[in-house]
Ligand binder design. Sequence first.
Ligand SMILES: Cc1ncc(COP(=O)(O)O)c(C=O)c1O
Ligand SMILES: N[C@@H](CCCC[NH3+])C(=O)O
Length: 417
Amino acid sequence: MHHFQYKGEELFAEDVAIKDIVAAVGSPVYIYSKATLERHYKAMDDAFAQAPHTICYSVKANSNLAVLKTFINLGGGVDIVSGGELYRALAAGVDPKKVVYSGVGKRDDEIAYALESGILMFNIESEQELDRISDIAGRIGKKAGIAIRVNPDVDPQTHPYITTGLKKAKFGINIERALEQYQRAKGLANIEILGIDCHIGSQLTKVSPFVDAIKKLKRLLDGVRGMGIDIKYLDLGGGLGIQYDDEAPPLPADYGSSIQEETKDLGLHLIFEPGRNLVGNAGILVGKCLYTKKGEEKNFVIVDAGMNDLARPSLYGSFHGVRPVFRNQDGVIEGDIVGPICESGDFLVKEREIPNFRQGDLIAFMSAGAYGFTMSSNYNSRPRAAEVMVDGGKFEVVRDREKLEDLVRGERVPSFL
Ligand SMILES: Cc1ncc(COP(=O)(O)O)c(C=O)c1O
Ligand SMILES: N[C@@H](CCCC[NH3+])C(=O)O
């Protein structure tokens, strides 16, 4: 459920007319609904009401400070994968003791920064990373809280690019080798073992892979506890899917009850790292139709938003719903909605039935709140879109549209040229 709905024939974000936002900030523009963000967070939080837990929102899905602040104000922590994400989360006011740090390629400076900031734990993704974190912690006189990110070899049944928990993936430590890494970690003076972690993939539309992974982790937990290690946290990652088209992912409540059933006797504090589920349907991208080319081989609607703004369709063939901001088109056509980028892969919609858009029409691309702006780029030297947060009847620009000057910021022409 979200707050982007028609009133009559005109699309609104909560109580704000989309056309008013575009009139004020131009297009393309990302628009987020605070009420939807809050509702999604609360649904996830309530789903685990029976268990001690922390929702560590996965910053990579949408790292706008206003989005981070919304979850932090509701008591949330964060899952980060870089020093940059840590910087943003701290700027938004996160409690460092609610920060977990995942990712296969943590750099020395990022590790030191996270240690200095006093984060809860690092999710260790390799044997070498464990040693590196131990060394850096020793050097700066800190103790590093850790969980081992276990790769449980479970198929999440999602897109191959966002499948992370299979043996062939680069993520985590193979579950069969995890026990020996716990043994090693136990012997490292600057390491404090706090948890077990896994994240098996993104946009999961079933609960069963999560349950399968937990069953495997429970066997590992017995082994780890058998070594006299006191595990406090079970971090189950993120991955719960959303409806983009006709998928029917489980509700957070169903996800919550299955997981709680499976974990209730473990005496562990649960951590979740949801990204998409909290923000995906809380955001849209609005673009404007610049031109149409109809009736040749194919129908094209050319808009001012491209793959640099929303990469998901080009990268994964992902579906995003399309809604006219004003429902006044004359029928429908079969065609593509494409951006201005010089690549044939630059499309937002491919060979679908769409409204018969005309020049100047505003078009909303739905479900764009997750991995939308955060994956945008300056390709073709296009300034990045503005981001706007709607709250009830008001809206606020929460990130300015980039200016042309921003495109050369930091760049130097070498003196020898
Ligand atoms: C370690 C980790 N945690 C959390 C997430 C968030 O995933 P999602 O947006 O599917 O909830 C991801 C991305 O898949 C991830 O790699
Ligand atoms: N970027 C992906 C999700 C990546 C998940 C990251 N761990 C998407 O848009 O679906």
